[in-house]
Design a protein around this ligand. Structure first.
Ligand SMILES: Nc1ncnc2c1ncn2[C@@H]1O[C@H](COP(=O)(O)OP(=O)(O)OP(=O)(O)O)[C@@H](O)[C@H]1O
Ligand SMILES: [Mg+2]
Length: 277
């Protein structure tokens, strides 16, 4: 309780994530420009937008994998853009990430994959690590699969494993890129439940990329919608607000496509037949 109170008090001053005048891209190519937003501690935020608009690119910049063309990104008040290597490692140890596609190490078993961040970044004993690995795997219903290699797992199991690995160090900030794309509805519901459970238990801030409308309406407090056309934020608000009062037809139709939208969404999340803004 005390820990929760002091954490809340400490974080009240700084947003969990703050993006200032951010422009990002590859080489000369600008993917998104002049982005500004703040994400408060405990918020669950979805980054939404058509395929190729830069959702994954934005996520990769926020977690420090790429340097921006311009602007700043602060994680719990600390700039990940201007951090030196040591500061960057420290900032990166505060969050967990599940990448689009899973990105497990193919030569390591499932348990070894989940244990890796614990071995590299903590002084926990082998026994403690084994216990925590089992806990995380149970959370995504993969207990019993500890010794399996990634090549022996289905696509859905790999996504769930990536999720478990992101939770390895009980981070207060989590990033998920397409956690439930291509999963059957029950598995997808299960991941939604895990997301809500984590937030309820730990007050974690969660930023995710997903096209799954039921998931968005169930777990997201807020949607930041990007446009490939303007290369910027086209709207920002609760899913219901964007559906009913979104800034453009594109925003409103994106949020109200329901079954038809979902049935035309590919594994990579690419929506077909949605008009450009
Ligand atoms: N490493 C890279 N080098 C050069 N261009 C890239 C690189 N990664 C992505 N891009 C380009 O940047 C743009 C944004 O890509 P990004 O993967 O961020 O889109 P996305 O919104 O995540 O799409 P999806 O919904 O399909 O996952 C695309 O035009 C893509 O081709
Ligand atoms: Mg992507």
């Amino acid at each position: 309780m005390d820990e929760t109170v002091s954490r809340t008090a400490a974080s009240a001053a700084a947003p969990a994530i703050e993006v200032r005048d951010l422009s990002i891209g590859y080489g000369d190519r600008i993917v998104l420009h002049d982005l500004n937003f703040r994400i408060e501690p405990g918020q669950i935020v979805t980054i939404l937008g058509g395929s190729g608009c830069g959702k994954s690119t934005l996520l990769k910049h926020i977690i420090g994998l790429h340097a921006p063309l311009k602007g700043d990104i602060l994680i719990n008040g600390r700039s990940i853009v201007h951090a030196n290597e040591e500061q960057k490692r420290s900032i990166m140890s505060e969050f967990g990430v599940a990448y689009q596609g899973g990105a497990l190490f193919r030569s390591l078993s499932l348990a070894e994959n989940i244990a890796l961040p614990m071995e590299e970044l903590t002084t926990w004993s082998r026994q403690e690590i084994r216990k925590r690995v089992s806990e995380k795997l149970a959370l995504v219903h993969l207990d019993g699969y500890e010794s399996y290699m990634p090549s022996d797992l289905s696509g859905g199991m790999i996504k769930r494993a990536a999720f478990a690995r992101a939770l390895a160090l009980d981070p207060k900030l989590l990033f998920f890129d397409e956690p439930s794309a291509g999963l059957d509805p029950l598995t997808s519901d299960m991941l939604d439940n895990v997301i809500l459970e984590i937030r309820e238990k730990t007050g974690a801030t969660i930023m995710m990329v997903t096209h799954e409308l039921p998931s968005i309406f169930r777990v997201s407090d807020r949607v930041i919608m990007l446009s490939a056309e303007t290369k910027s934020i086209v709207d920002d608000g609760s899913p219901a607000w964007l559906r009913d009062h979104g800034a453009t037809d594109y925003v409103r139709s994106f949020l109200s496509r329901g079954g038809t939208f979902l049935s035309s969404t590919t594994e990579s999340g690419a929506p077909d037949g949605v008009p450009a803004p």
